[in-house]
Design a protein around this ligand. Sequence first.
Ligand code: HEM
Ligand SMILES: *[C@@H]1O[C@H](CO)[C@@H](O)[C@H](O)[C@H]1NC(C)=O
Ligand SMILES: *[C@@H]1O[C@H](CO)[C@@H](O)[C@H](O)[C@H]1NC(C)=O
Ligand SMILES: *[C@@H]1O[C@H](CO)[C@@H](O)[C@H](O)[C@H]1NC(C)=O
Ligand SMILES: *[C@@H]1O[C@H](CO)[C@@H](O)[C@H](O)[C@H]1NC(C)=O
Length: 323
Amino acid sequence: MALSSCSFKAIVTLAFLVLFMGGSSAQLSTTFYSKSCPNLFTTINSVVKSAISKEARMGASLLRLFFHDCFVNGCDGSLLLDDTSTFTGEKRAAPNFNSVRGFDVVDNIKSAVEQACPNVVSCADIIAITARDSVVTLGGPSWNVLLGRRDARTASQAAANSSIPPPTFNLSALISSFSAVGLSTKDMVALVGSHTIGQARCTNFRARIYNETNSLDSSLAQTRRRNCPNTTGSGDNNLAPLDLQTPTAFDNNYYKNLVNQRGLLHSDQQFFSGGSTDSLVRTYSTGQSTFTSDFVAAMIKMGNIRPLTGSSGEIRKNCRRSN
Ligand code: HEM
Ligand SMILES: *[C@@H]1O[C@H](CO)[C@@H](O)[C@H](O)[C@H]1NC(C)=O
Ligand SMILES: *[C@@H]1O[C@H](CO)[C@@H](O)[C@H](O)[C@H]1NC(C)=O
Ligand SMILES: *[C@@H]1O[C@H](CO)[C@@H](O)[C@H](O)[C@H]1NC(C)=O
Ligand SMILES: *[C@@H]1O[C@H](CO)[C@@H](O)[C@H](O)[C@H]1NC(C)=O
């Protein structure tokens, strides 16, 4: 039996609707606040710059907030919610506890934004812009940030535990965890170039510097052991730079280190360990511009993970709690 032209049209229309609604990125736009908050970018940028001038590492910490927000039920500001006696947020989840930082800077940005344009800009969008501004301030590429995300009223510690990959993962487990949020292997290898800035704690690289002598440059192992004792519980929070040479410059040195067996985390070295991502790491290690253009594309893609839009969620007044 042939479909009538009318029901055919209805099906085509439905298919289009499903396509557009399914690709939620179609709802974000670079001009979302151009009328409602024309000074948004300059307001955020000046707070980001002053925070980074006080402490260069802050740029790395702010960039990481965006990753840890987006991987857990989408880029919805859920990471920023504080725990209360009746609410368990994501800050004490395994990948975040004693590790994610920069919440005070986000508070300062939010206050400045609320002063400029009250009740219109979401915390989720603030961390998307803040991540871009941090990268730019540390010498990396710029891009136009898609906006229009709204803030979640909820958070999930369980999802934070299970969705953010730990540094003990092997390559195939890392590929799966990025694929679970719609990011490709190429997106992953470009995004992890973020480890060209920032610091890691001894507890996250101890096993590597004592036990992975086959895949770790011995002089780096010696150096890192000096400030990371081999006993669990001792010196756990001692810091070392993820990129040993230029930890406050957003460059492609991270990949050069991987090629030289100088990845600090087990997960870092997985990207150059005889597997499918070796050739991409080599490409990025020699070409800064290929890295930066792939990085930008992947940041935009990460920012499109399941945003709340329209009338879903809310615009929080204070990033630490639901209104
Ligand atoms: C590939 C999977 C990834 C793993 C397993 C991973 C793991 C880690 C770990 C263990 C640390 C150190 C945390 C600590 O010791 O307290 C860290 C730091 C960092 N990560 Fe990742 N990460 C990954 C991907 C990413 C991505 C995609 C981004 C950003 C787009 C990112 C940005 C950062 C930054 C900037 C830091 C330094 C933060 C600071 O100094 O405060 N990471 N990561
Ligand atoms: C998340 O991990 C932390 C630290 O391992 C643990 O204490 C907590 O119970 C976990 N939360 C959930 C909901 O699984
Ligand atoms: C990677 O880790 C997973 C999960 O722990 C394991 O099942 C798998 O065998 C590992 N793959 C390789 C190639 O080591
Ligand atoms: C190194 O590996 C051995 C054997 O698996 C283990 O007993 C030891 O605790 C590991 N050392 C570190 C520092 O992780
Ligand atoms: C850990 O360090 C101590 C002191 O340097 C040393 O005596 C011991 O053999 C080391 N253990 C391992 C597993 O490397």
